[in-house]
Design a protein around this ligand. Structure first.
Ligand code: 2M8
Length: 453
């Protein structure tokens, strides 16, 4: 066993108590957490995020696949069934049509006409495209996995075609995001320059709901929400026409982490095509273009940088995990990967009690309690464990894994944690953390990331 064989914990007073919480017990608790959040067709993330989310759904499906593969199928089926006619898979699906203690809800987005004829309302932006990875994993767990692949494959192709057609209009091989929410790493300091670079006009009144669930100091400040909301209002005004948005959107960023996940998803698509005896030419071309785009255009001196298309500038003022997530997806050369790991070490990412802080402790914007500006997150740790393992950095992957496990043993399934104290700094009862725990516990030998077989 690679990662979960023995929990190496420091010998403080609670070590014995912690070690008593075995992987078997945690597995039961993780399953209970998922079962308790099942809504019949999909999983509620938790009370704070009471809907189905873009990249959370594939993560959840990987957890379900370990013990209830039929639910894993349903999770992805219900998400892919809400694909827009242009191929877009939306960031949020409001399955019951209600906002439910979440802002912005369907009324603010007004994206319903695009959400498919009978479908539930959705938001009008995207999140990281991990669906192909989820589909491939779930199909492995299903007795009729090939049927599921057949159903999902054309939908996945439409999704990636949308991304390359609408988000890479110049054929750079790199797709752009048009809102920090699209990155999934919403409040990284890297986005500040672009987000605060535009004039803010009057914003119709709105009421935040997120800070009714967790302490204000953990969430983005109001000045960020004003800008998040202003971007939503612009998308709505453009009636979700991508060309119109592109001409009028001051936030257009080529995010290396997003593109790395797209690389990994393209590799999964190639594999699915081969399993179905279909031509893999299109996803192969996508994979080549995006991995080359990442290497040639966004890499420099031990990390990747985002490019702000609107202001035509590299976003190089900050040091965050976004620069290293491309270890996942196979784009960096071995030499680049080695430099990235050297730089991760030099920038203090492994110096906190629990790795990996989302923003480097050496960055002036580092805040160990603030959303994406320091706390340790299951999503990013999962990507980094997989990426580091793929390039042979097993010791570092193992140390992240051990820290993550200890956090779960001490605090249960939380959204994120203070990288020194381990205290939860976000939402509790977080199903995605439970799902990722189940996925890692089952696949603890860390197979190569979605390499085409
Ligand atoms: C967080 O983002 C949402 C907006 O999408 C929010 O803050 O309201 C992020 O952590 C995002 O990555 C995640 O998908 C979502 C639901 O877990 O929450």
């Amino acid at each position: 066993m690679f990662l979960f064989s023995k929990v190496r914990a420091s010998h403080d007073s609670s070590t014995a108590e912690r070690e008593a919480i075995t992987i078997t017990t945690l597995t039961e608790r993780a399953r209970e957490t998922l079962n308790g959040a099942w809504l019949g067709t999909h999983t509620k993330i938790n009370e704070m995020y009471p809907h189905q989310w873009g990249w959370d759904a594939p993560f959840l499906s990987m957890g379900w696949a370990t013990f209830k593969p039929e639910r894993a199928r349903q999770e992805l089926t219900s998400q892919l069934s809400h694909q827009w006619s242009n191929g877009m898979i939306p960031q949020i699906i409001f399955h019951d049509g209600e906002a439910r203690q979440y802002f912005p809800g369907p009324e603010r987005w007004q994206a319903h006409p695009h959400s498919g004829q009978d479908g539930a309302p959705t938001s009008g932006c995207v999140q990281p495209p991990l669906q192909a990875i989820g589909v491939r994993r779930v199909a492995q767990a299903l007795p009729d996995g090939r049927d599921f692949l057949k159903w999902a494959y054309p939908r996945l192709l439409q999704w990636h075609r949308y991304l390359y057609r609408e988000r890479d209009p110049d054929g750079r091989g790199l797709v752009y995001v048009r809102h920090p929410w699209e990155t999934g790493l919403d409040n990284l300091p890297d986005w500040d320059g672009s987000l605060f670079g535009f004039e803010l006009s009057d914003i119709p009144a709105y009421e935040r709901k997120d800070n009714q669930h967790v302490d204000d100091r953990h969430r983005p400040d109001n000045e960020y929400y004003d800008r998040y909301t202003a971007l939503v209002d612009r998308f709505r005004a453009a009636d979700y026409d991508e060309a119109a948005i592109r001409n009028n959107c001051p936030f257009l960023v080529e995010d290396p982490a997003y593109n790395a996940m797209l690389c990994a998803a393209n590799r999964a698509l190639i594999d699915i095509a081969r399993q179905l005896d279909r031509s893999a030419t299109e996803p192969e071309q996508w994979f080549r273009a995006t991995s080359q785009g990442l290497r040639d255009q966004l890499y420099d001196n031990g990390r990747f940088y985002a490019y702000d298309r609107y202001n035509e500038t590299m976003l190089d003022d900050h040091e965050s995990l976004m620069g290293y997530i491309p270890l996942f997806g196979g784009a960096p050369t071995d030499r680049q990967a080695q430099s990235m790991v050297d730089r991760l070490d030099a920038m203090g990412y492994f110096d906190t009690r629990y790795a990996l802080p989302t923003t480097s402790p050496d960055d002036p914007a580092f805040d160990p309690e603030k959303y994406w500006r320091g706390p340790v997150w299951g999503f990013t740790n999962w990507l980094m464990i997989r990426g580091l393992s793929d390039y042979g950095f097993h010791d570092r992957a193992r140390s992240i894994e051990q820290g993550s496990l200890e956090l779960i043993q001490r605090h249960g399934f939380c959204e994120n944690h203070h990288p020194q104290s381990g205290e939860p700094t976000g939402a509790k009862g977080f199903t995605v953390t439970a799902a990722l725990f189940l996925e890692r516990a089952q696949n603890n030998s860390c197979p190569k990331t979605d390499a085409p077989s």
